[in-house]
Ligand binder design. Structure first.
Ligand SMILES: Cc1ncc(COP(=O)(O)O)c(C=O)c1O
Length: 464
């Protein structure tokens, strides 16, 4: 007789939470959105958020906190020094990342600013698989050079490779063989945000570590999306299928000498970050700077309640059910776009789907900003806000000249635990409709830009 019940898993992967409180969204007309876009100088960072329907600008700080995190907020202790909230924060951080010194910061870029103020400077070179924009800007601000060394597969949007975020180990070796004296440290960004949200394998982290050891260089992780990266290792790298995510994270940490962190990503908080280092002397220098710019090292620019939210978030983000849902929901969006013939970066990363705007808007020169054009069209058509990751973000060099970025991508970054499947179905419909008319979209020209991080405040005009 056959059993009436079975343990066979269901195909549908559900959101592993129920909604606890809601935030209404405002529907707008296309005419209203066109006017808002013009008023914003065709820069989506300048839009009032209430004019946006589905906000996929970033997954940073935009996630929904859990009931337990809100409860933890109530436990926040606001002592200037030695707060128990800091102790809980430090315990939660070191449980996953057992570095000797943990310096809380108000967000990831503050950790970068402190680290590179101490280790950067004119003539120095800092390699990374791919520097995120704030990391690059913080390095260049000190006069140092930020060098990207992604594996060649990472630069081919349509090529499938399980770990496209990896660093080109031979290129790192080559750089250090020639110029080790000017390299203060090596960084690895997990997952590789600017390179398409792609994961880095444990084998690659280990290989980078070996090269660092050979030249006596410390390795730092830019670990904003460590849990998503660990999930990809668990599900895609031989030998890790049965290893708990938290242990994979500990193994990643054990290969590094320190980290910068934005708690606004995987730790499921709305604000926060930290800098962690093993080296006592470096920690002392960083701590002195932290007091100048962030605050006393047991709060580092955060309220005690923020430290509590991060500590609780860290225990939630390594949960298998959450990570399975998280990574699957990104793939759901990506697969739907791919099957509608929208050119997307494959395989799908952990926090976002990246559209290859250079391929989709092949009629536009990269210096007409196809990524920015596409992002504006998604907003005007459906109120969906996305982010250009391409020539606007990376094309302006420190000497003021301009060159096309390696890729022109549009990132649909999905906030954690915030949108439902029907929201994502709507996004799929908007993107597909815009993609069908992409060849008619005119380019943009810049009418104002600052010298650094221009994508946040530049203003554009459509070329008619
Ligand atoms: C890879 C990476 N590093 C650093 C940062 C900077 O973190 P924050 O926004 O908290 O300053 C980000 C933010 O998006 C990021 O994605």
């Amino acid at each position: 007789m056959t059993e009436p019940m079975t343990d066979e898993p269901f195909r549908t992967i559900i959101e592993p939470f129920r909604i606890h409180s809601v935030e209404p969204m405002r529907l707008t007309s296309r005419a209203e959105r066109a006017a808002a876009l013009a008023a914003a100088g065709y820069n989506l960072f300048e839009l009032p958020a209430q004019d946006v329907l589905i906000d996929l600008l970033t997954d940073s700080g935009t996630g929904a906190m859990s009931a337990e995190q809100w409860a933890a907020v109530q436990r926040g202790n606001e002592a200037y020094a030695g707060s128990p909230s800091f102790q809980r924060f430090r315990t939660a951080v070191t449980d996953l990342f057992p570095f000797r010194h943990i310096l809380p910061t108000h967000q990831g870029r503050a950790a970068e600013k402190i680290l590179f103020t101490v280790t950067g400077g004119a003539g120095r070179v800092i390699p990374n698989n791919t520097h995120f924009d704030t990391t690059r800007a913080n390095i260049e601000f000190t006069g140092a050079q930020a060098v990207d060394l992604p594996v060649p597969e990472g630069l081919q949007p349509s090529l499938r490779h399980p770990f496209k975020g990896n660093m080109d180990v031979a290129a790192l070796h080559g750089l250090l063989a020639e110029r080790a004296d000017v390299v203060p440290l090596v960084m690895l960004t997990v997952t590789n945000n600017s390179g398409g949200g792609q994961p880095v394998s444990m084998a690659n982290i280990r290989a980078v570590r070996e090269v660092c050891d050979r030249y006596g260089k410390p390795l730092f992780l830019d670990a904003c999306r460590f849990a998503e990266n660990a999930w990809f290792i668990k599900t895609g790298e031989p030998g890790y299928g049965d290893v708990p995510v938290a242990d994979i994270v500990r193994e990643m940490a054990a290969l590094a000498d320190g980290m910068t962190m934005s708690a606004k990503k995987d730790p499921l908080a709305n604000i926060g970050g930290w800098l962690a280092v093993n080296d006592d002397r470096l920690a002392e220098q960083c701590r002195s700077l932290e007091i100048l710019t962030e605050g006393f090292p047991t709060y580092g620019g955060l309220a005690g309640r923020d430290l509590e939210a991060i500590a609780q978030g860290l225990s939630e983000c390594t949960d298998d059910d959450y990570l399975r849902y998280r990574v699957r929901s990104i793939a759901y969006l990506g697969e739907a776009l791919e099957s509608s013939r929208v050119p997307v970066v494959v395989p799908f990363g952990g926090h976002a789907v990246f559209i290859d705007a250079r391929a989709l808007l092949a009629h536009l020169d990269p210096l007409r900003y196809p990524g920015q054009v596409l992002a504006c069209a998604l907003y005007e058509q459906g109120g969906v806000r996305a982010c250009e990751i391409g020539t606007v973000m990376f094309g302006l060099r420190p000497d003021g000249t301009e060159a096309p970025a390696a890729m022109d991508l549009v990132r649909l970054a999905v906030p954690r635990r915030t949108y439902t499947q029907s929201h994502i179905d709507y996004v799929i419909e908007v993107v597909t409709r815009v993609a069908g008319r992409a060849a008619q979209l005119p380019g943009l020209r810049i009418v104002y830009q600052p010298r650094q991080l221009r994508h946040f405040t530049a203003r554009f005009e459509p070329l008619r």
